[in-house]
Ligand binder design. Structure first.
Ligand code: PEP
Length: 249
């Protein structure tokens, strides 16, 4: 199947100060010199979204949030709405990252409500799914990921721009990755669950792989059938590393 252009998205997590915006400048200026064959996005902490978006305006680099409230506005101290991220210049929002599911008790229902809020703010969600090591070792990876896809994608996303990221929890920040066959097996299961949930309009929706993607393994992972891009944590913090992944796409 012909896939649409790949999306390489960086997740800075809780890293980054004003001084680190120099990495964005370096990324933007390198990408201005070459025709990148993929879409590129960076998701900084909320404190940097506006400043990063200002620097990336009219460039290839899209800016996203790492999370948002399922609510539109109101008395939710400390939370940030999808519309606020849009107002700051974001076009994407990651929802359901395992560090939110595990560290903040977010269920599939919460993730679906956040994805719905992102859609309602006219932004594109990147909805994360992935099994734990115990689930993988128990032979439940495909079943767990299928259930997360079915329950974390609101029906409103049919025919809308969005992405799913398959991120095995045990591969995030560990240097471990599944085999290419395991990645293909889960990505095919994600695609079929997406179709079951939202219909054939999702055939071109990118399914990103995330979990210890580095410049030296990116080409192999990105060549796996049904891998439509990468969600990159640690290796997105430095422009040189991130560019190595972008160039492999
Ligand atoms: C992530 O946090 O989404 C991630 C994939 O991290 P890393 O690339 O560092 O494993």
């Amino acid at each position: 199947m012909k896939q649409s252009v790949k999306l390489i998205a960086g997740n800075w997590k809780m890293n980054g100060f004003a001084a680190d915006l120099a990495e964005v400048d370096a990324l933007v200026s390198e990408l201005a010199e070459e025709a990148a064959a993929c879409r590129v996005a960076l998701c900084p902490p909320a404190t940097l979204v506006q400043r990063m978006a200002d620097r990336a305006r009219d460039t290839l680099v899209e800016i996203g949030g790492q999370d948002c409230s399922p609510e539109a506005k109101g008395a939710f101290t400390g939370d940030i709405s999808a519309a606020m991220l849009a107002d700051a210049g974001a076009t994407l929002v990651i929802v359901g990252h395992s560090e939110r599911r595990q560290g903040h008790g977010e269920t599939d229902a919460v993730v679906a409500a956040k994805a719905q809020a992102v859609f309602e703010a006219s932004l594109a969600p990147i909805v994360c799914v992935g099994e734990t090591l115990a689930q993988r070792e128990a032979g439940q990876a495909v079943e767990v990921v299928r259930r997360q896809v079915m329950q974390s994608l609101p029906v409103a996303l049919a025919c809308q721009p969005f992405a799913v990221a398959y991120e095995p929890v045990w591969a995030i920040g560990t240097g471990l990755t599944p085999t290419l066959q395991q990645i293909e097996e889960v990505h095919r299961a994600v695609r079929s669950a997406m179709i079951e949930r939202l219909g054939l309009g999702v055939m071109a929706v990118p399914i990103l792989y995330g979990g210890s993607v580095k410049p030296d393994n990116a080409a192999d992972i990105l060549a796996v059938p049904e891998v439509g891009g990468a969600l990159v944590g640690g290796a997105s913090l430095k422009a040189a590393d991130f560019l190595g992944i972008i160039r492999a796409a």
